[in-house]
Design a protein around this ligand. Structure first.
Ligand code: UDP
Length: 346
């Protein structure tokens, strides 16, 4: 199969590309603005990369799609801090630029594996019910709560892809990732900045490595299911290998057994850090209001629990429990710190 991957140099793309490229049955072509994470993931192994922006209806997208059997679109802005600081850029890329890829798939009748997000489910309101792709309501806050602009843009594109399936016969799978963590996630930052802060795992990791407090937003009561990237990659592989069962489906990818509050995550990471770096200073865990941490437009999803029966039905189940997921992710960052900072910056 000829596979074209847009947004290939991010956290998920670089890990998935590395996995798929080891399979000689596939020819994998990777596209992104830059290739720094791919270079780290592949180390000196060969891979096919072309610098490319999908912005402004770039006609090169159409040519690439025409030459491919499967199109994987991972291009996205995904950091909650950015939803509040650059909301229009978030919509531009996540909705309008990605539409260029969708339309090319419709035009050339190519299968599309599109990355939606678990953010589309919105607020959970403390519900103990897992999010089910074909049943759960998508509940967002008011317009002034800019946190939801990403969710809303992604949701509209999900609905348009679904409509293209109905009206134009587009073959697609929409995948919804639930808090993947692992090697090459986000980046370290020595100084915390409201405008440029990464997702929670990378933020806590930076705090530990640079000895600054781990900040718990609104008491760290929210709950997430952290999913190890290798489990996520094997789920994606299972989806790619089951084109009929997964056709025109929305599919959650996550590990419901790995649910934790953010406070417990902070405590778990401190325990692992003491073991990984004995003798290193260990910073405090502090509470911070969300308005200070993110700004006034923030609202949280208090719980995000996936129903994964669709994946179980095609034989996938997650392998890595929470402790191992966090340990492996932290060990990678600790052991590769110097290399990561040199390649990705802080
Ligand atoms: N969070 C936190 N401290 C941080 C970063 C995030 O307490 O340094 C919280 C955030 O408010 C949310 C959860 O951790 O409740 C997960 O945030 P993340 O940015 O990883 O993404 P999300 O799961 O909300 O998309």
């Amino acid at each position: 199969m000829k596979i074209a991957m847009f947004g290939a140099s991010g956290f998920v793309g670089s890990n998935l590309a590395h996995h798929l490229s080891r399979d000689t049955a596939h020819e994998v072509r990777l596209f992104d603005l830059e290739e720094r994470k791919l270079a780290l993931r592949f180390e000196n192994a060969a891979y096919s990369f072309e610098p490319l922006s999908i912005a402004d209806g770039n006609p090169r997208v159409d040519e690439i799609v025409a030459e491919s059997d499967l199109v994987v679109d991972l291009a996205a802005h995904v950091h909650p801090a950015m939803f509040l600081n650059r909301p229009l850029d978030v919509v531009q890329l996540n909705l309008f630029d990605c539409l260029t890829v969708v339309r090319a798939c419709v035009r050339h009748r190519k299968r599309l594996l599109h990355f939606s997000t678990s953010e589309v489910y919105g607020k959970a309101h403390g519900s103990a019910e897992p999010f089910r792709e074909d049943h759960t309501d998508l509940v967002l806050g008011p317009v002034g709560k800019t946190r939801w602009i990403y969710s809303c843009a992604k949701q509209l594109l999900d609905r348009m892809i679904h409509a293209h399936g109905e009206e134009h016969g587009l073959d697609y799978t929409l995948v919804r990732p639930f808090n993947f963590v692992g090697p090459l996630m986000d980046k370290f930052s020595r100084d915390w900045s409201r405008d440029d802060n990464p997702r929670v795992f990378a933020n806590f990791m930076s705090s530990l490595v640079y000895d600054r407090p781990l900040q718990l937003v609104d008491g760290g009561r929210s709950r997430r299911c952290f999913t190890y990237i290798d489990d996520a990659v094997s789920a994606l592989r299972a989806i790619i290998d089951a084109p009929e069962a997964m056709n025109r489906q929305v599919v959650n990818i996550g590990n419901p057994a790995n649910e934790t509050s953010i406070r417990d995550l902070a405590e778990l990471m401190v325990r692992h850090y003491r073991r990984l770096c004995p003798g290193a200073p260990v910073p405090a865990i502090v509470d911070v209001p969300s308005a200070t941490f993110y700004g006034e437009g923030y609202e949280d999803c208090d719980r995000r629990l996936p129903d994964i029966s669709k994946l179980r039905a095609i034989g996938w189940s997650p392998r890595f429990g929470l402790d191992e997921t966090i340990h492996r992710s932290m060990a990678y960052f600790v052991h590769n710190h110097a290399r990561l900072v040199a390649s990705l910056g802080e």
